[in-house]
Design a protein around this ligand. Sequence first.
Ligand code: PEP
Length: 249
Amino acid sequence: MAQKLAAGNWKMNGTSASLAEIDAMLAAYPSPNCGILICPPATLLERMSRRIGDGPIATGAQDCHAAASGAHTGDTSAGMIKDAGGAYVIVGHSERRTDHGETDAIVRAKAEAAVGAGLVAIVCVGETETQRDEGVTLDVIGTQLAGSIPDNVTGVTLVVAYEPVWAIGTGRIPTIDQIVEVHDFIRARLVERFGGDVGTTVSLLYGGSVKPSNAAEIFAVGNVDGALVGGASLKAADFGAIIDALQDA
Ligand code: PEP
């Protein structure tokens, strides 16, 4: 069975003062029945990881470089993320694909490096609004899955996040039927490529405007194992309500 996971992506938000949110979450969830993950900006990763210590919240990064080290100014390797206490890394977020021209091949190389360094890779896929309107959503997702996921993954070192680009930060979400369709498709593609043992244990997250008010209906979908949450993960109270919904699902 896939692990349930509530993952927060803080994006380029947060300074030292934001670490108080982690204290609040640690106090509220001493032994959660689902995984909880925060991916803060790189500047906070080590401090946040140290603050959590052996606590039940994992940390991760929002991107990594595919190389282990070298002349890549401004980049962070997967090994460095692990060294800073991170256990996960998000790769192929649509903001990286758009702002930094990341192709499926680049995302695949990053995910391969992440898993090779002992991290869990959260590979993001998702269609634009135009692609959805054109009726090519599943083609786009299928191409991204085939191109962005490396061969070296297992059911516990890969997480796939379905994030429709048009739903990120907009307050809009797909219909439940649309989420069901895409998540069932992703599950089937993973089983087809990696076999049932791996394909059925990869956690599939929905991402895009998840909030306390819509989390429960999204988590009721069969192949939704959790969420990748942006804006609503910044405050412990909001993220806590989403964690509550996942624990109850
Ligand atoms: C995200 O950036 O991964 C995301 C899902 O953002 P939001 O929850 O703010 O839409």
